[in-house]
Write a protein that binds this ligand. Sequence first.
Ligand code: PEP
Ligand code: MG
Length: 539
Amino acid sequence: MNFTGKGVSRGVAMGRIHYIGQAMDIVENEPIENVEHEIARFNIARAEAAKQIGEIAVRTSNKLGKEKSLLFEVHQMMLEDLDYRESVESIIASELCCAEHAVSETAKEFSQVFSEMDDPYMQARAADVLDVSRRVVEILQGKQHQQSFFAQPVILAGQDFAPSETALLDPKTTLALLTVGGSANSHTAIFARTMGIPAVIGLGSALGESWDGHFCVIDGETGEVILDPTPEEIEVIEKKRAAQIESIQRLEAFRGKPAQTKSGRRVELFANVGNVRDAALAMQNDAEGIGLFRSEFLYLESRDYPTEDEQLQAYKAVAETMQGRMVVIRTLDIGADKQVKYFNLPVEENPAMGLRALRICLTRPEVFKTQLRAIYRASAFGRVAIMLPMVASLWEIQKAKELAAEVRAALDEEGTAYDKAVPIGIMIETPAAAVISDILAQEADFFSIGTNDLTQYTLAVDRQNQALESFVQKDHPAILRLIETAVSSAHKAGIWCGICGELGAEQSLTAKFLEIGVDELSVTPPAILPLKKHICELD
Ligand code: PEP
Ligand code: MG
């Protein structure tokens, strides 16, 4: 039987399905007599859950890096949350029901609230509250929590996977992931892509308990899933897999070589990363540098403003990992789809056009200066550049540079070491910035074109809205003209211009980008070698 979902992590896989049910759905209501005793049971289980999550955090941190483990602090916070605790306790007291039932009811109610929120980050918390509550229920029931490591390699299937499950998956025993729901921005998709586990999400109600134990083949690129495949279908997928392995092996020939066309046109291939661990992946995938370090993930994964020292540790680790290769650290780009609660940003009608990125930094200079200090201090340990997101006007760069100068003056006064020549570049991701790029080039040390937002703002298509997919034309002449304008302005001013949006990895446009004169392409680590091969084969 054939099914199609959304392929969110490339690769083909085949194996038996292990379907993970949801403990939340099967918690019976057992009447009780002693309310206080039941509340005490809940609190003991809550403490045990917090302890287990703490242990997972340590394992995750060792395995995947500190950023990934910060998610579990969110889980621990949920267990401490007063509303959550009061809800469980009041259900026990008012319904005279067992703690298991009260936790499951609270979990369902809270996850419903999260999933109905507009913000994708908050929607993703629905899975977290279910995950945490499932752990508490299993402790109350005296069960071992669902083991994430399996003796035999399996294809894991479920409603959606909670971060604690996906983060701890072992790529050696997890062949692929299948989910009923989920989105390309969910933790499942992000972790799967990071670990190279093929994944198909959004299979809908077709996927259920009945799939457990069935043999299946999946293609994480096309979203195709074949349950109980025929020998012929298996043969097709085996051929696909063999071809995939072969093409990955062929890419090895390009490792260490420059990305250069047959006619000698050279382009630099950099990596986009979101954390320290991804920097190691960038090196493994032969990146010549990091063209976009999305520093906002440090803020997104923190419970409070990351301190200067915490940021310094992250930037320093990335700079050191890259061993002298350029690391372009983009300053905080929150707002719009990336909301951070402790920033207490106002609710906006049009958040994509709201108080975001550099606009927040310029209105909260103390937050911005803390980040700039950390970046400058990290520059003593590697080759670092600063990149400003969402620039639309000249004064924004000038103001940001003034604040950077103040930071440098303070560091000088303290005698703190930093690289005095850290370049300050900007992203070209608003149509305004592209149109006045000749003016902006007078103040910027480099340009990097953010085609994701540039497309959103130029074509007026919300990048979060899947219903608009057919209106997004990758090679829209308006986008190409803006790219051309930015590159030409950069070169006239004697600065370099790269692309760090997803379009940079779009091979159907590579020749066009080279023709336009793009100097650098910054893409996800696994996209580097395939892109290099493509460039080397171009005339
Ligand atoms: C972009 O907008 O193209 C970009 C690279 O930034 P982000 O996707 O993080 O908004
Ligand atoms: Mg952007």
